[in-house]
Design a protein around this ligand. Structure first.
Ligand code: ADP
Length: 469
């Protein structure tokens, strides 16, 4: 099986979000399962050619490696990609993003001829790669080189669709007739994600629950009709996490490594964290952690609505996040008002490890969550997630049942501040029962969300498509 994996960001080369984590780990897991997989991404300014030992192939292509198995092709174009940001600067999107990612999609298909690689499947991710399935079924439809290639398109977050003004449609090079309701037109704009949903052979998203939710008006972001029509070709495959990176037994940022066999080590990290951020050092006080993009999607409106009540209880609260300036201002206020809070408005990978290890409860009250990595990472660190029942959170966190004493976290249903507060009170009540809490921690730490299982599901999806005529 030959697969070309197309993603606009891949860890460790370039990252703005979860897409990069997936693109930096799933291809390696596929290679481990015997797939011949290659990646194509743009060569951004932030990618250090020397550090990653990139080899120049020709005027506009460089070659590098992910791990020791997966080849990564970088498309170079100084005008489009030699910039400070990937998609934007200082919160403002680049005005020529349509041109930039049209170029990326066209060059990706041209590259295949250049390197004489004929994949069975082209696996495209998010709107930036959305034109590839469209080109294959239109412009390249009669080209024998591409004729047998099939496409899989993965939605990592339906909230980001690649929307552009109608006047820019001609930049895609597509026939005018495709700017219609049956094509890429969406309320008078060009929608690249819609194009991908219409022209891909199969569509996946990153959890089973999210695959269901995006077919409803509440979560479909206007594309629910298109997704309903393609329901037979739409599946949910849960993301995994990289247990080499997210492992309290090995992580170098921790003051003491620990695992399910020596949970006490967690409290050494907790007190070290309290000390380093200026919280009162106290092993027993419940420490609530949250690491997130500061965006509406993440449930910050319901959290901030009851934050005074939350931090008025005998708890400590630590936040790490950046994003929406409105939330920056809100959390600055909270910091001024409450001594038992630590507010960190930055992106800080090292502090993130420390918070995952040092907190007792991890908050994810998201309005919607395609998969979510925070809750999976928390599990491995024995930090118990408190989540809203949505998307990947619904698929991965089992609500604690005080009667059977089973469960891996605390789950609330309604998107309301009161429901969040009630779940937190429930969690705090169980926290005061050390034996019950230790049981939840043990189960959480032993859960397995590695890539192996998901890679197997992608492999059978690929095999299924390949066998179709
Ligand atoms: P999303 O991709 O929607 O932002 P996920 O839960 O899928 O949310 O993944 C977020 C990832 O980014 C997690 O690994 C989380 O630890 C990390 N992260 C988010 N904000 C920060 C931050 N301010 N500093 C460090 N890591 C962060």
């Amino acid at each position: 099986m030959k697969v070309l994996f197309c993603s606009s960001e891949v860890v460790p080369f370039a990252k703005t979000g979860g897409l990069a984590d997936v693109s930096g780990t799933l291809p390696a897991a596929l290679a481990g399962a015997g797939v011949d997989v290659k990646i194509v991404m743009p060569l951004y300014r932030c990618i250090d050619k020397k550090k990653f030992k990139l080899k120049k192939l020709d005027n506009d292509t460089f070659l590098g490696k992910l791990g020791n198995k997966v080849e990564v092709y970088f498309i170079e174009n100084k005008k489009y990609f030699d910039r400070d940001g990937l998609y934007q600067e200082k919160g403002v999107d680049y005005p020529d993003n349509l041109e930039r990612f049209t170029y990326y999609c066209e060059q990706t298909l041209q590259l295949l001829k250049k390197i004489k690689f004929k994949p069975d499947i082209i696996h495209c991710n998010d709107w930036q790669a959305g034109l590839i399935p469209v080109y294959l079924k239109t412009r390249y439809n009669n080209d024998p080189f591409y004729r047998k290639m099939k496409t899989v398109f993965t939605i990592h977050n339906l909230g980001y669709q690649g929307l552009f003004s109608a006047e820019e449609f001609s930049l895609t090079g597509l026939d005018k007739t495709l700017f219609s309701i049956e094509g890429l037109e969406f309320y008078g704009k060009v929608n690249l994600l819609k194009g991908a949903l219409l022209f891909s052979d199969k569509i996946t998203t990153v959890s089973v629950a999210y695959a269901r939710e995006i077919q409803t008006p509440e979560f479909g972001c206007g594309l629910e009709g298109v997704l309903q029509k393609r329901a037979a070709d739409l599946t949910g495959i849960l993301n995994g996490i990289d247990y080499d990176e997210w492992n309290p037994l090995k992580n170098k940022a921790l003051v003491k490594n620990y695992g399910p066999e020596n949970i006490d080590g967690k409290y050494v990290n907790k007190t070290a964290l309290q000390k380093s951020v200026g919280l009162a050092v106290n092993k027993n006080v419940p420490l609530l952690g949250i690491i997130t993009r500061l965006a509406d999607q993440k449930g910050l409106d319901i959290l901030t609505a009851v934050i005074d009540q939350i931090v008025g209880m005998p708890v400590q609260f630590i936040l790490l996040g950046t994003g929406d300036q409105r939330y920056h201002a809100l959390f600055e206020e909270i910091k001024k008002k409450h001594k038992n809070t630590s507010i960190n408005l930055s992106f800080d990978a090292q502090l993130a490890y420390k918070i995952y290890a040092g907190s007792d409860i991890f908050l994810m009250p998201s309005y919607y969550e395609p998969c979510g990595l925070g809750q999976l990472i928390s599990f491995t660190f024995g930090t118990i997630p408190l989540v809203r029942r949505t998307g990947g959170l619904a698929d991965t966190v089992i609500d604690y049942d005080p009667f059977t004493k089973e469960g891996t976290g605390f789950v609330f249903e309604r998107y309301e501040a009161g429901a969040l507060l009630e779940a937190l009170k429930r969690a705090l009540c169980v926290y005061s029962d050390a034996k019950a809490w230790a049981g939840i921690m043990r189960r959480a730490m032993q859960s397995d969300f590695s890539w192996k299982k998901s890679a197997k599901q992608y492999c059978s999806l690929y095999t299924g498509i390949k066998s179709q005529k």
